[in-house]
Design a protein around this ligand. Structure first.
Ligand SMILES: Cc1cc2nc3c(=O)[nH]c(=O)nc-3n(C[C@H](O)[C@H](O)[C@H](O)COP(=O)(O)OP(=O)(O)OC[C@H]3O[C@@H](n4cnc5c(N)ncnc54)[C@H](O)[C@@H]3O)c2cc1C
Length: 474
């Protein structure tokens, strides 16, 4: 059987057309090029995965496919394991080169990429992986990392001229036979509580942040309510590659000189830097997904308490700011940085639970990025070597960043009648006040499941006693 010689662009966490290096290099090669995305059942069933992530991916591809109609092509979606799809494609085509980005993923996608590298080699297929944002694979020393990051961000973008790319499409019958099951409706139907995936939305969020919303970036960054507008909200778009970090950086710098609040933009750029800095850590030590960075903590066993875990997940701990954050996160997929750190701190210190029980959190974050998630969990749970151990006081954070209790009231309607001065600690209400504010404690809203001050003190004593840097796993 004659087999057409083609190249493949394998889309992963890079769902865009602008500054998309695999497409750019595929264009240079000038062979018929097939575009694919794989919804892999094993990856979708992994503990960190949620339907919200796949919906965002689907929306991103749907938008790209609308644009690609003009070029008479599409990104072919498969719901199938990578090994199976490429096996089928190899029996149908002669594949010269597969273009993709490097992926700094979880253990499963790492193992998949290793297996695919073997498969491609065996089948004489070249696999050209491009560097993802400012993360350097095989980095020997972190010494000049910041300089390399800057250089990468300032380098020329690489956008393919789609008019010059000779696309190919799978024959309809073949595709129908091999593409796997259709995606379920909870993936293909938009949920308006969540940010919508797509390159168009990534640029819209960036533009209106840089034009307007950035003004209060630093001022409101820790407020659970106000940060939803004043922060960029670019995280899911960067995590799924709807926009490249280089484009975010360059667009920001283009507007820097004439901006009215340069400090806010400088703070924002430092976060872009952090994004890659954390992923670089994970890229260099992926054991962080499972092992304490500081091996001294291996001896610290925290008994699993399912009642505590469920109360925390469902926003019923009796600590309003924690509960509001958790209910908001489950509903919308977003929390600002401080509140993320605070709910992790509450889980690991006050509830005394192990950070490895936090896959639930990975599933809730729409912007879930393994390379940020795991290093952050370890930092916030105090299991690193050098970072100071920070145990957030939930009540103080509530008073400082949700002073009027507006965020709490939005997410805990049972507390809506309670005045601001009591909202942070409703368990201190007298019986008469409970009647007056129509909130019976223990019935309408729980008493705190732990004593915040006592558990904080206990946790602090124990975790500090384990700080022995010579036991580092890093
Ligand atoms: C426990 C925990 C888990 C986290 N998990 C993730 C995750 O899975 N994915 C994720 O993108 N961020 C994660 N973060 C970092 C941070 O909370 C989010 O990036 C940020 O809140 C996203 O909002 P934004 O896009 O409006 O950020 P902005 O403040 O506008 O920042 C711009 C971009 O910089 C990056 N960024 C901002 N803060 C950080 C940070 N502290 N560390 C690394 N990068 C940062 C993000 O890409 C963000 O989109 C986590 C933080 C904690 C404490």
């Amino acid at each position: 059987m004659f087999k057409e010689k083609i190249n493949i662009v394998w889309f992963k966490r890079d769902l865009r057309l602008v500054d998309q290096e695999p497409l750019y290099y595929a264009q240079q090669a000038n062979l018929p090029t097939l575009l694919i995305y794989l919804f892999e059942p094993s990856v979708m069933a992994y503990a960190d995965s949620d339907v919200r992530h796949w919906r965002f991916v689907y929306e991103s591809i749907k938008e790209l496919n609308e644009k690609l109609k003009a070029y008479h092509t599409q990104i072919h979606i498969f719901q199938e394991e990578a090994g199976v799809v490429f096996e089928k494609l190899v029996s149908f085509y002669t594949i010269d080169t597969v273009y993709s980005y490097e992926e700094t993923g979880n253990q499963l996608t790492y193992a998949r990429d290793e297996a695919m590298a073997v498969f491609f080699k065996k089948n004489n297929i070249k696999w050209l992986e491009q560097q993802q944002n400012g993360v350097f694979r095989g980095l020997k020393s972190k010494k000049d990392w910041s300089e390399r990051w800057e250089n990468k961000m300032r380098s020329d973008s690489k956008t393919a001229d789609l008019n010059l790319l000779p696309f190919t499409k799978l024959p309809i019958e073949w595709y129908e036979q091999h593409k796997g099951a259709n995606l379920t409706e909870n993936i293909t139907k938009h949920n308006p509580n969540f940010q919508q995936g797509g390159e168009h939305w990534a640029w819209r969020y960036l533009q209106n942040f840089i034009e307007e919303r950035y003004i209060n970036y630093s001022k409101h960054i820790s407020s659970p309510l106000l940060s939803r507008k004043s922060c960029s909200r670019l995280s899911p778009y960067i995590s799924y590659g709807n926009i490249s970090m280089r484009m975010v950086y360059q667009y920001t710098m283009l507007n820097y000189d004439r901006s009215k609040n340069k400090r806010a933009l400088a703070n924002f750029v430092s976060r872009l830097h952090w994004h890659c800095h954390f992923i670089q850590k994970f890229e260099s030590n992926c054991n962080i997904e499972f092992q304490n960075i500081n091996g001294a903590y291996d001896a610290l066993v925290k008994p699993k308490n399912d009642v505590f875990i469920l109360a925390w997940q469902t926003g019923k701990t009796g600590v309003p700011i924690v509960d509001a954050c958790m209910r908001c996160l489950v509903e919308t997929g977003y929390l600002n940085f401080r509140m993320r750190a605070m709910v992790v701190s509450f889980f690991c210190f006050n509830l005394w639970q192990d950070w490895r029980e936090l896959h639930f959190l990975a599933r809730q974050f729409l912007d879930y990025e393994p390379g940020i998630h795991y290093p952050q969990l370890q930092m916030q749970s105090g299991t690193t070597v050098h970072n100071t151990i920070r145990i957030y006081n939930a009540v103080k954070n509530s008073e400082a960043y949700d002073y009027d209790g507006l965020f709490i009231k939005k997410w805990l309607p049972e507390l809506r009648n309670i005045p601001a001065q009591f909202i942070h600690e409703p368990h201190k209400l007298s019986l008469i006040e409970q009647q007056l504010y129509q909130c019976e404690l223990g019935k309408d809203y729980p008493y705190p499941i732990v004593d915040i001050e006592a558990t904080r003190k206990e946790a602090s004593d124990i975790v500090w006693s384990f700080r022995k840097p010579q036991h580092s796993n890093n």
